[in-house]
Design a protein around this ligand. Sequence first.
Ligand code: ASP
Length: 332
Amino acid sequence: MKRRDFVKLSSLGTTAIILDGCKTKDSSEKKQIVYPVAGENIKVISTWNSGIEANKVAFRILENNGLALDAIEKGLNITESDLENTSVGIGGLPDANGEVTLDACIMDHEFNCGSVSYLKNIENPISVARKVMEDTPHVMLSGKGAYDFAIQKKFKHKELLTESSKLKWEEWKQENKNVLPAINHENHDTIAMIALDGKGNLSTGCTTSGWAYKLAGRVGDSPIIGAGVYSDNEVGAACATGLGEAIIKICGSHAIVELMRNGSSPQEACRIAIERIKKSNKDLKDLQVGFIAMNKKGEIGSYSLYSGFNYAYQDVQESKLIDSKYDLEWEE
Ligand code: ASP
């Protein structure tokens, strides 16, 4: 984007930003896009129904003129600290060896980003990811290094394996004889969130314990910038949940932002990304992926490969759960 003009459209009783210099998809002609300033337009979306509670906390920050980045961190902390949630933070289902390992990443409106992967014994990985972003010259810390950094930053060491998650893991070990389960509705659920604040800035983040009973050392899409989340404040943001191995292959979230840059609506961009998931995987059995996206105007969209994916929405008027559009019917 070469030039930005701020123009008051008084006849419409609203303020708009005109972004000049965008090229259309199939020609070099310049297209003029009129974006509303987001003061009234604050909103937050996040994956799955656990997003409802996380959105509430995030939205309170936005309502008080807070930053989208703070909304993302504090909102996601809610799900991370929820003992009942078996796929994020404390209480997450462990890997094949019975250890809970966490992945998370965060990205602000200026391309700053931070991430942690294979992090053990820290309840709020999204906050550690933010510290990596703000207090180090790096983007990603992993494993013991990420843990040591968190301790140095005064995060508390914590046992993350709850009694009920331990029981589930023991049952899995007995029943499945160490065969990895197919990823499905019961054993996956990243919470990924996008927020648009009163200054019109977008941020995004996600946090997960990943694929239940994964091989020790496995890292999914969720700490990978461009796969698990991506944000370009001039265009929009996107994030993902589902089988990380499939999401990484197509750089899912980055792909969606690029599709929006080239003129796709958030909805259409998510649908096209799911098309790519279909093309890049021979076997679609048990391979669920869901994307959510928001553009600079605050328009939202989502798409999943199979039915059953939903996401939580909150703006000044309402908080609701939206069933995602999808491609294939899930059969148990
Ligand atoms: N995307 C996460 C992973 O592959 C899991 C999920 O969203 O269900 O680790």
